[in-house]
Design a protein around this ligand. Structure first.
Ligand code: SF4
Ligand code: SF4
Length: 365
């Protein structure tokens, strides 16, 4: 099914922020999460309609994010509805007292395909400092054990920035020990509360790419990179293929290769970027090319996600590499990389500008 995807018609993945309420107060929170649920959130019926439309686009995967998705009592109903539409579903619960073995079991009974917990440091002190609540590291470790005991595939999400760059080796060792099927590594986009934090320098990205590349050669789990599409350029530069097209095929094979643990989800056969194989819906139904790019194409209460994704000017621009500017605009990797549109917007104020965290210098044309 996946190999037939046309990203002009179908996002590979849609992430829906079912609520913005969360009891943690992470320093890097994109959502600037709030204590209370927003009364304007999409309700259950609106959510089911959204899932119907997502399925109608042939999108294979939906992730329920937040905020803390456990703050929605109807999360199980949404998962079950997604299941009835043959969608693969995942959720990213926050490590708070709402994260109980009973609730996780309930998500499992509803049919969740994968559950992700966030882990940003190898030590409790550093993790809790970033998450703003003492004990969240221990809760995360406990949640990870429960998820594994319940037989639900476990994913870890990690955000990398200047604050934990030196901790990456220890983090790799810890993540490697948790029995996960999937590690999603985010690179900081300075937006939301994260705008107060410092990301890694472009040279540090290359160093981390090297570590993740080495790890992915031996790890029994999938490693997915988010908001650093130049990882694909890095992989292509390590290919021995004679042409760029052959190196791109090598990179596709490498980035979708099967690992020892399964089942797996989230592996796109084609390069995904903001608005190109990816779509984000916020708590009130606004649709964005990325959760880190605060520019909305419209709202699902007024227009279906299908037409917003396929036909809105913003999403069409996102799928037009010939519109890119600066180094990304003249880069031979622009079709398969394209740079982080979210970071270009956050740092330069131009979502078509170059990604300031890439070291690559394309030849002048
Ligand atoms: S757990 Fe997620 S939603 Fe909650 S404050 Fe942290 S980053 Fe924000
Ligand atoms: S210059 Fe832009 S398109 Fe080229 S590899 Fe770097 S981020 Fe990607």
């Amino acid at each position: 099914m996946h190999t037939k995807l046309d990203f002009n018609l179908t996002p590979f993945l849609t992430i829906w922020e079912v609520t913005r309420a969360c009891a943690l107060s992470c320093k890097h929170c994109r959502a600037e999460a709030m204590d209370q649920r927003d009364p304007r959130e999409l309700n259950l019926e609106e959510g089911k309609k959204l899932l119907n439309d997502i399925a109608a686009m042939q999108t294979p995967i939906v992730i329920f994010t937040g905020g803390d998705s456990l703050q929605r009592d109807d999360l199980e109903d949404l998962i079950a509805h997604g299941k009835s539409l043959h969608l693969k579903t995942g959720a990213i619960p926050a490590a708070t007292p709402r994260l109980t073995r009973e609730r996780l079991a309930s998500l499992g009974r509803a049919g969740i395909d994968q559950l992700a917990l966030s882990l940003d440091a190898s030590t409790a002190a550093a993790h809790d400092r970033l998450r703003g609540v003492e004990g969240s590291f221990e809760k995360t470790m406990q949640g990870a054990r429960w998820i594994r005991e319940l037989g639900i595939p476990l994913q870890i999400n990690t955000t990398i920035g200047a604050w934990n760059f030196a901790d990456v080796d220890a983090l790799v060792a810890l993540v490697d020990s948790l029995g996960i099927v999937f590690w999603e590594v985010f690179f900081l986009v300075p937006t939301g509360r994260g705008s107060e934090l410092q990301g890694c320098a472009a040279e540090q990205y290359e160093e981390i790419f090297g570590k993740l590349y080495e790890l992915s050669l031996r790890a029994p789990f999938i490693i997915k990179i988010t908001e650093a599409p130049h990882y694909r350029r890095y992989i292509m530069q390590h290919s021995e293929a004679a042409t760029l097209a052959a190196a791109a095929q090598d990179a596709n094979r490498f980035m979708t290769k099967q690992n020892a643990r399964g089942p797996r989800m989230g592996l796109s056969p084609l390069p995904v970027n903001a608005g190109k194989g990816f779509c984000f819906v916020d708590r009130i139904g606004d649709v964005y090319p990325s959760g880190f790019l605060p520019l909305s194409a419209g709202n699902v209460r007024n227009e279906s996600i299908v037409s917003l994704y396929r036909s809105s000017p913003l999403f069409k621009e996102m799928r037009s590499p010939n519109l890119l500017k600066g180094r990304c605009g003249r880069c031979e990797y622009r079709d398969v990389c394209g740079g982080s549109r979210s970071r270009a917007y956050a740092v330069l104020g131009d979502y078509l500008g170059e990604d300031p965290c890439c070291i690559y210098q394309p030849a002048d044309q």
